[in-house]
Design a protein around this ligand. Structure first.
Ligand code: FES
Length: 166
């Protein structure tokens, strides 16, 4: 009897990834990177699955590794991944008001990093390598220099409009 996966994790896709890394414990980081590339985050069910499929691992070990490395996200990311820099150069030039403007615009509660409609996710980073343009924000691969609260509003409104939202 087959049981439908409530989180729609495609185990055949996971098997494909695991196979390409020989189901090896030593390849766990690379496996998680690949899974994150596919899902844009590490779904809980995927980590459990990996933990039961690789010899010498357990779901708890996989969770431990996934939470240790900052590169891994355990929360679903939006179609638009916003990175707001709060490194020194950006901080002194006003990154906090920018960050607050993004949070307000997306109606993100404390600790929430993805908007309710699932379109936008927000993370703060410590440098985007464009300090001369501070404060800086990125949406996916695009860099937005010298950000202000008003600019945040315009950019997010534009993206929402492109998605057919107001
Ligand atoms: S500190 Fe913000 S880009 Fe470097």
């Amino acid at each position: 009897m087959s049981v439908e996966n409530p989180h729609k994790i495609d185990t055949s896709k996971l098997d494909e990834i695991l196979k390409s890394f020989d189901y090896k414990k030593s390849n766990l980081i690379a496996i998680l990177q690949k899974v994150q590339e596919v899902y844009r985050y590490l779904p809980e069910d995927a980590m459990i699955y990996i933990g039961t499929k690789i010899e010498g691992l357990s779901p708890a070990t996989v969770f431990g590794v996934a939470t240790f490395y900052a590169q891994f996200s355990l929360e679903a990311k939006g179609k638009y991944e916003i990175k707001c820099c709060d490194g020194t150069a950006c901080h002194v030039r006003g990154s906090m008001p920018v960050l607050n403007a993004i949070r307000n615009k997306l109606k993100l509660q404390d600790g929430q990093m993805t908007s309710d409609n699932g379109l936008f996710s927000l993370e703060t980073v410590s440098c985007l390598g464009a300090c001369g343009l501070a404060p800086v924000m990125m949406v996916n691969e695009k860099v937005y220099p010298q950000m202000t609260s008003d600019a945040v509003s315009i950019i997010i409104d534009t993206l929402m409009k492109e998605e057919g939202l107001n």
